[in-house]
Design a protein. Structure first.
Length: 515
């Protein structure tokens, strides 16, 4: 693969597909069908390149592989490269995109070329986020992803789509403005825009706190963390099915990727000092959003609130400052991307038949939709964390890492698994079990071949990750080790992590008074 610009090609291919779909000549019906075929072909071709990328990735080799560099102007450069962490998130992105196109095949009937072009443009930006090695190139890709998702929600969304799209855009944009200011200062201080170089640069301890908070403002909204999560349920409810899949599956993971790529290696001392902020917000998120999910009547809102709770496991694992926690956080991100995407697809399947997301309108679907009930049960169990599924591996590792860091944090987060079992099994029971006594529900047909083609591959990967997680852990293991050597110098011991804030200052003042 030496000299072959596979990353640039993977970025350019969906963009080319978007332009072809957008400017295809012909009448409306012909353009719509051509756009569907072009989008599917482009996403499948990008997925094939992703498989080639994974197969060519050298485990145990250099940290940064498939690097490309071309100066553009000044310090700004077209600099690309990946490590194992970026590789796994790229694979998640290119795997879900063809599924999103298939899920939209019949559901989207208006402005189909524009819709497919927006999705293909989003794929370009997502791959760019995970491959960029220039600070400002990363920022362009990171913020550019707002535009297609804003359009997807605002044009093809539900009745309150305008409100949801504005809320989504403003929340995520405001946090990123602070991040841009911090980036400008970092480049001025370090004299480089190279992300690998900045990851090894020692910023002044006093400045690290402000830089960490500026990046936190962006990544916390993107994940999202409590209490800046309120845009997510609105966006999910109003977005079309495929929009919810890619929003939950990939876009939320950009926040976790940002913590791994920027906050932890670039600002290790600040990460250690402010870890109590992360742990406190994560514990509240696990308990509060799980309880909110328990009382939801809209299926999409329930899954959206569960996403906030699951992403709290990611932040707890990342800031545990140990191998189990960071590896567990990565597996949780990959698993949640698959499982939450599949759950939104399951909601879309029955919404296309009955055109409602109200849980009470369903019941007894296991009688007339057994294939649907079987796959829905698998994804429900994976969301709960059943052993043998992807959900178990990630949550177990994250909780082991959290326990090593702070036993109380691990205890509170473990209650989230119990609450997840409560709201997910309650959801499944109300939809698939019970008496099939509603005539409109009894007429609903089981999964079509197209719907099986969207859900089947996700089910296979969820089981693969649960049974043999080493396939996904091996590429990231060395990169986690590099990250740990960078942050371990600032690692506070054990349960001291939770009281690193005000408690440490009080102890210092007390000791000074004693002397």
């Amino acid at each position: 693969m030496t000299g072959f610009p596979i990353l640039s090609i993977m970025i350019a291919l969906p963009l080319a597909g978007a332009l072809i779909a957008l400017f295809m000549p012909g009448d409306e019906a012909r353009r719509a069908q051509a756009a569907r075929v072009i989008a599917l072909a482009a996403t499948l071709a990008t997925f094939a390149l992703g498989i080639l990328l994974w197969a060519s990735y050298e485990i145990g080799g250099p940290q940064w592989q498939f690097t490309e560099y071309a100066p553009v102007f000044g310090r700004f450069a077209w600099a690309l490269g990946i490590d194992g962490i970026a590789l796994m998130l790229i694979m998640l992105s290119v795997f879900l995109m063809p599924i999103c196109v298939l899920a939209s095949w019949k559901a989207i009937r208006t402005r189909v070329p524009e819709y497919m072009a927006a999705f293909l443009f989003m794929e370009t930006l997502m791959i760019g986020v995970f491959t960029a090695q220039d600070l400002f190139l990363f920022y362009i890709f990171f913020e550019g992803g707002l535009i297609p998702m804003y359009l997807i929600i605002g044009i093809w969304g539900g009745a309150e789509r305008i409100y949801a799209s504005y809320k989504f855009f403003l929340y995520t944009l405001l946090g990123s403005v602070l991040m841009l200011i911090a980036m400008l200062w970092m480049v001025q201080q370090a004299g480089t825009t190279s992300i690998p170089a900045l990851m090894n640069h020692d910023f002044p301890a006093g400045a690290q706190t402000w830089l960490w908070l500026a990046f936190f403002a962006s990544f916390a909204v993107k994940m999202p963390m409590w209490p800046v999560h309120t845009w997510l349920p609105d966006a999910h409810v109003q977005a079309p099915t495929a929009g919810s899949v890619i929003l939950a599956g990939v876009l939320l993971k950009m926040g976790g990727y940002g913590f791994i790529r920027f906050s932890l290696p670039m600002f290790p001392e600040a990460s250690a000092q402010l870890v109590w902020v992360i742990f406190t917000l994560s514990m509240v998120a696990v308990v509060y959003t799980s309880l909110v999910a328990l009382v939801q009547r809209d299926m999409k809102k329930l899954i959206a609130y569960s996403s906030v709770a699951h992403m709290a496991f990611v932040t707890v694992g990342l800031f545990a400052f140990n191998r189990q926690g960071i590896e567990g956080a990565m597996i949780v991100m990959l698993s949640h991307g698959l499982v939450s995407g599949a759950l939104f697809l399951c909601v879309g399947v029955i919404y296309d038949r009955l055109h409602t997301r109200e849980i009470d309108r369903y019941g007894g679907l296991s009688d007339n939709m057994p294939r649907y009930a079987l796959l829905f049960m698998l994804f429900t169990m994976a969301s709960v964390g059943l052993p043998g599924t992807s959900g178990f591996v990630g949550e177990f590792l994250a909780l082991v890492g959290a326990y090593e860091a702070n036993s109380w944090v691990a205890f509170v987060c473990t209650t989230g698994i119990i609450l997840a079992a409560a709201y997910m099994l309650y959801l499944y029971w109300r939809i698939c079990f019970g008496t099939l006594d509603k005539p409109e529900v009894a007429k609903m047909p089981d999964l079509s071949l197209r719907e099986i083609a969207t859900l089947g591959p996700i089910a296979a990967v969820v089981l693969w990750m649960g049974v043999y997680p080493e396939s996904f852990l091996a590429p990231i293991r060395d990169d986690v080790g590099v990250l740990l050597t960078r942050i371990e110098r600032a690692d506070p011991p054990g349960d001291a992590q939770l009281v690193m804030g005000a408690g440490a200052a009080l102890e210092a003042a007390h000791d000074e008074g004693a002397h």
